[in-house]
Design a protein around this ligand. Structure first.
Ligand SMILES: [Zn+2]
Length: 182
């Protein structure tokens, strides 16, 4: 899974129009990043970190939306993503120690955790948007779902089986209603 797609999908309009945001506090940002191995367990996040990652999410959503719609993205959004891309070294350095063997970890001051995460996610987005997979980037067609996904099968219209089931159930209900009203 692309971390950039996961980030954009971390806020959605759920059924009934209620916005669900997995990044609504610094603590939830930390839990979300930990669950995706994007930070170390000793990584410290501050209040402003939430603002940084949420801003990156909105910028990436604009670029993904432009790509899917075949539209030109706002140049300032591309600039913002480039700033995230270069705000900290995104590369994980190779380490060796006798106990663990080779490992890779970020080399950055503890105060740059969010800059590093932003660089890693922006790098993933840049590679996705400029690469072959950009042509299969798609947005879920289910009502109330704004998630992006890679259309790995030509006929796939939904981000998940849950959305597909929901749409099929709604269509079946509409058909039954139409048949009943005749
Ligand atoms: Zn969906």
């Amino acid at each position: 899974m692309h971390p950039s797609i996961a980030l954009v999908n971390s806020a959605t309009e759920s059924v009934g129009g209620r916005r669900v945001d997995a990044l609504d506090s610094p603590e939830s940002v930390r839990a979300w990043l930990l669950a995706r191995d994007l930070i170390d367990s000793d990584g410290v996040l501050y209040e402003y970190c939430q603002g940084r990652i949420v801003a990156l999410r909105e910028n990436l959503r604009e670029l993904f939306t432009a790509r899917v719609g075949g539209e030109e993205p706002p140049p300032e959004t591309v600039d913002a993503v480039n700033r995230a891309l270069t705000s900290a070294p995104g590369a994980l350095l190779l380490r060796f120690d006798a106990g663990q063997g080779f490992t890779r970890r970020a080399d950055h001051p503890a105060t740059q955790v969010i800059e590093h995460v932003s660089a890693v996610v922006a790098e993933d987005a840049a590679a996705l948007l400029a690469g072959e997979d950009a042509s299969i980037l798609a947005q879920c067609e289910a009502d109330g779902c704004r998630r992006f996904f890679l259309r790995t099968h030509a006929r796939r219209q939904w981000c998940s089986t849950r959305c597909g089931d929901r749409v099929r159930a709604a269509r079946a209900y509409a058909r039954r209603r139409a048949a009943g009203s005749r």
